[in-house]
Design a protein around this ligand. Structure first.
Ligand SMILES: Nc1ncnc2c1ncn2[C@@H]1O[C@H](COP(=O)(O)OP(=O)(O)O)[C@@H](O)[C@H]1O
Ligand SMILES: CC(=O)OP(=O)(O)O
Ligand SMILES: [Mg+2]
Length: 412
């Protein structure tokens, strides 16, 4: 039996789901779910679910970093008498880590000394995303000596993007030397979405083409052609494309030099090991909904009559429409479904309605009654009989990593 931890280390939270898999090739079943949130706004809070047992937003003291949070969760799992599968840390056989930037890795990778150093080198390309995940990888390598650590990359799913889509029109030599190209992200989620939608439509994945929207605190769009990524709105880093909770998304690249004269200087958040420029700090952490509407919660934005919230809402609708139009043409109209996912995609019915009203010209038609219902299934239909389907998918990055781990499980 394999006991798999799936770890999603974010900018303000660490989420860990625990699964067991009976034997090689068996799909995982979830045993428990733990998360510590509020890492950037202490006190941190623990949420834990195992069967009907539940702890909600319990304050935990002394948690200062993602590693602290992970250590706390490991302790909690071992001490939970009801979780008989984990009596000691040695019972954990696999730790799956979501690493956002995987550079040229086209697939998940077991983390050994070499991989670890290669991932450290990539941190310079995506300091805001990779650093906290790597800190946890290092902590798990020490804390779980019996477990195999495996990195799953957000970028891997997009390794099928054609040259003309992944190449930036800049000096090719410098681009090659500095690894400057479009990578694309949220790929663990898009892998889950593509497989789940294909199952829902009863089609082979290799014949399924969709436009998918992963709308969470980071947001992106993806064109999937015959089961493979054709294009993603994110770029060299997750900053490109759609705006997010604290990210600007696409702006004129020269804007930042007019915004501040300090753009190229190290940000106050930089350390000796980790270099973050003021430009990166502003566009990644001090923009988006936070800057426009004073909140990072899109639930508040969609239900507020405050003109600042209304503008933020309209901007997201506009930018999403731009990608839907572009991807519809790139897929030559051969689209099985438009799929909404992520916290916002799953919960913001009004946003879906506004977007779908504008997409009627392409053959998508919202069914208001279905759209207003809570989303309970993994994939749910919200469209009327029309040329194309419209769906919502409850994406699950932790499950996708555990599934890939269980399916390809190596026991050595
Ligand atoms: N009722 C709601 N309506 C619209 N958006 C919501 C609602 N509830 C939560 N959200 C949004 O969902 C986001 C979280 O989405 P999620 O995919 O879980 O994010 P993350 O990228 O942090 O994993 C929140 O930041 C919030 O903006
Ligand atoms: C890639 C990315 O933006 O991830 P997240 O939405 O979790 O920040
Ligand atoms: Mg996310």
């Amino acid at each position: 039996m394999a006991i798999i931890l799936s770890i999603n280390s974010g900018s303000s939270s660490v989420k860990v789901s625990i699964y067991k898999s009976a034997a090689q090739g068996h799909p995982p079943t979830q045993l428990a779910d733990a998360s510590i949130s509020g890492l950037t706004a202490p006190p941190a809070q623990l949420t834990y679910e195992r069967g009907s047992e539940e702890i909600k937003n319990q304050e935990v003291k002394g948690i200062r970093s993602n590693e602290d949070a992970c250590e706390y969760i490991l302790d909690h799992l071992v001490k939970d008498g009801g979780l008989s599968e984990i009596a000691s840390r040695d019972d954990i056989t696999h730790a799956c880590h979501r690493v956002v930037h995987g550079g040229d890795y086209p697939a998940a990778h077991v983390i050994d000394e070499d991989t670890y150093h290669h991932l450290q080198d990539l941190t310079d390309l995506a300091p805001l995303h990779n650093a906290s995940a790597l800190a946890i990888v290092e902590a798990c390598m020490k804390a779980l000596p019996k477990a195999k650590n495996i990195a799953y990359f957000d970028s891997s799913f997009h390794s099928t993007m054609p040259k003309e889509i992944e190449t930036y029109p800049i000096d090719p030599e410098i681009a090659k030397k500095n690894k400057l190209r479009k990578y694309g992200f949220h790929g663990i989620s898009y892998a889950f979405i593509t497989r789940s939608v294909a199952e829902f439509l009863k089609k082979p994945e290799s014949e399924t083409s969709i436009i998918a929207l992963h709308l969470g605190s980071g947001a992106s769009a993806c064109a999937v052609k015959n089961g493979q990524s054709l294009d993603n709105s994110m770029g060299l880093t997750p900053l490109a494309g759609l705006p997010g909770a604290t990210r600007s998304g696409d702006v004129d690249p020269s804007l930042i030099f007019h915004f501040t004269h300090d753009a190229g200087k190290p940000s106050p958040g930089s350390t000796k090991e980790l270099h973050i420029s003021t430009a990166e700090e502003i566009l990644n952490k001090k923009s988006g909904w936070k800057a426009l509407a004073g909140t990072t919660d899109f639930g508040t934005i969609s239900s507020s009559s405050d003109p600042r919230c209304k503008l933020a809402f309209d901007i997201l609708v506009d930018r999403i429409l731009g990608f839907i139009g572009s991807y519809y043409v790139k897929l030559e109209g051969k689209v099985d479904a438009l799929v909404f996912a992520g916290g916002i995609g799953e919960k913001a019915a009004l946003l879906r309605k506004r977007i779908l009203e504008k997409c009627r010209c392409l053959g998508f038609e919202v069914d208001d009654e279905k759209n207003d219902k809570a989303i309970e299934d993994v994939v749910q239909d919200i469209g009327k009989e029309a040329r194309h389907r419209t769906l919502v998918c409850q994406t699950d990055e932790q499950f996708e990593m555990a599934r890939q781990c269980a399916v390809g499980l190596q026991t050595k």
